[in-house]
Write a protein that binds this ligand. Structure first.
Ligand SMILES: C[S@@+](CC[C@H](N)C(=O)[O-])C[C@H]1O[C@@H](n2cnc3c(N)ncnc32)[C@H](O)[C@@H]1O
Length: 209
């Protein structure tokens, strides 16, 4: 079940952007939020390497990678989001498809970014998406994941309100999951988690052996 406000946000871009801008204040603003994944892997990739932004939406979190000269593919299930991405970020190579089973060849990406997307999947879907990342990464490739984390005392109530208004059951289920542990169990190594925004967000980097 999703709230009417969530549906409204997905139908009206100005409202979606406004909600994103307000929630991004906790990490220092939208620009900072959009760069979290990119910044986390600085120095770990060679210039021009192939990067996949999985569930890229309109490509805002792909933009810093494109600007830095990486060869970025963006995959999303929503044609509307991809149309916006094409308008705003023409260098993004777009693929329409399901993140659980994308039409992409194995072992081709040096890095995969999952920005504010994993919480959209139910537990089975989440495992499928993470296994997809294992399949698509080159040996030694990096996963960077930015998503919700159970907030500390200061942001606990705002996070509950945000989730009730804009998220679905899948986000609540993800909040109960120890993602670093799940990544390790699935076969990722070098798993590192950073908590941001009064613990309301997590930034995780992990590596394919
Ligand atoms: C909250 S948005 C995040 C977009 C972008 N990554 C960002 O950081 O702004 C979640 C995105 O996941 C996409 N999505 C949801 N389920 C998907 C699926 N099964 N396969 C591919 N994309 C999916 C939605 O269409 C939406 O664009």
């Amino acid at each position: 079940m999703s709230s009417p406000l969530r549906n409204f946000a997905y139908q009206h871009r100005w409202f979606y952007d406004m909600v994103t801008a307000i929630s991004a204040l906790s990490v220092g603003g939208v620009n900072r939020l959009r760069k979290l994944g990119f910044n986390a892997l600085q120095g770990k990739l060679s210039k021009g390497a192939k990067v996949l932004d999985l569930c890229c939406g309109s490509g805002e979190a792909a933009a810093p990678w494109i600007k830095a000269g990486f060869a970025v593919t963006g995959l999303d299930v929503s044609p509307q989001a991809l149309a916006l991405a094409a308008e705003h970020h023409p260098q993004l190579q777009q693929v329409e498809g399901m993140a659980e089973d994308p039409p992409l060849k194995a072992n081709q990406f040096a890095a995969i970014q999952l920005s504010l997307a994993l919480h959209e999947f139910n537990p089975e879907g989440r495992v499928q998406v993470l296994k997809t990342c294992l399949r698509l990464l080159q040996p030694g490739g990096w996963l960077v994941l930015v998503d919700l984390h159970p907030a500390g005392p200061c942001l606990k109530l705002p996070q509950q309100i945000f989730c009730a208004l804009f998220e679905t059951e899948t986000a609540l289920l993800m909040l109960k999951t120890d993602l670093p542990n799940q990544l390790q169990e699935l076969g990722f190594t070098h798993v590192e988690q950073k908590l941001l925004a009064g613990q309301a967000m997590q930034l995780i980097t992990a590596r394919l052996p």
